[in-house]
Ligand binder design. Sequence first.
Ligand SMILES: *Cc1c(COP(=O)(O)O)cnc(C)c1O
Length: 466
Amino acid sequence: MRYVSTRGQAPVRDFAGVLLAGLAEDGGLYVPETWPTLRPDDWRALRGLPYQELATRILAPFAAGSIDEATLRRLCGRAYAGFNHPAIVPLVQLDGELFVQELFHGPTLAFKDMAMQLLGGLFDHVLEREDARVTIVGATSGDTGSAAIEACRDRERIQVVILHPEGRTSEVQRRQMTTVLSRNIDNLAIDGSFDDCQDLVKAMFADAPFRAEMQLSAVNSINWARVAAQIPYYVAAALALGAPDREVCFAVPTGNFGNVLAAWAARRMGLPVRHLAIGSNHNDILARFLAGNDMSMRDVTPSLSPSMDIQVSSNFERLLFELLDRDAAACARIMTGFRATGRMQVPDAAWRKASALFHGLSLDDDATSGAIRRLHDEAGYLADPHSIIGIEAGRRHAVAGIPTIAMGTAHPAKFPEAIRRATGLVPALPPHLADLYEREERYRRVPNRLDAVEAAVRAALFKNAA
Ligand SMILES: *Cc1c(COP(=O)(O)O)cnc(C)c1O
């Protein structure tokens, strides 16, 4: 399988190549040159497999020619061995046709572990094979950072520098990052928003000499391997509820558009998915786009669901590329215009295709709290402030006779203050994190400036080389 950039001006690469590259040199995102597709009988043959084996089989065509299936099987086995639930991604029924798939039984209690635990092993394998090293830089609104740190800690060939917006993550999220004191981990607290952090990471990648000197690599959801590693759980849920002989709908709380893009990919591969409901908080650029082709940036303001406090959904570019029938020049033009003006000019035909398949819903903080409380009263289920937004989006757009599967993206104990305000309950952290509030923290405060951040990345690398 070969990968091409959505902007058409970067080298074609294989799976290991896009894993290491992250963002393409032309500013675009890597996508498969062609989509693997499965027929109904192929889907049926996957029913009932253990999750690790299902993931291996789904990922094999994406890694073909680069990483063999036996290696993938070994890496998938290890990636999910540390999960706290034997089903890895259990389904919970909330009412007749509404289900939650819990994706938060990994080490950092959010769905980011699903991809990141596998990426850690993939990086190790490829770097060992090529006798190479990388510096992973990433921006996080809370969950990506801790998942990356947990997946890469103490790996000798990888240096990790994570930027988070100071004061905008939950305390649990921050501590999950800053209490990992391994030599190869550095945390930078940036005086700015998540989008500022993301822009700084993009700017470091655009600085070609710096990128080469530091051997930069990314594990943000712009990395194709992360999107790929999120496809198997959509397959698992759909098969469990009757696919390919019955359609399903998915509902996904969305920020950077990475998780829901994996759902789209599963559909593109032939899984019978009727529609995709996507939920946002009051930072609602995607909901506005779907409702009226208004993709215009507004200021990001903090919400109860910090991992969705985003206005620029990076992975949307991959969908846009497909909506434009893979016209890379048009995609590049639209994305450059978006950067320059803050408004994306999506052609009407492309918008119609998107709005026929994706349905949006945005909830403000009061509605989010109310929904958490109601769900707990009705079904005895505690959903975190991200998951509940997906659940509500799924309810709003449900189709009679078709099961809706909402993605449970974080454990409620990751956001105890929001849960307490909504329900009066304080969810307990699982045993492996019970002493999180007592652990020593380490991080550096850095101003929202490229030169300052590059200096900090350089210092991190030299500290460890010394
Ligand atoms: C990252 C995250 C999201 C948003 O996922 P995207 O792939 O960025 O759309 C939603 N919920 C939680 C808990 C997250 O950590």
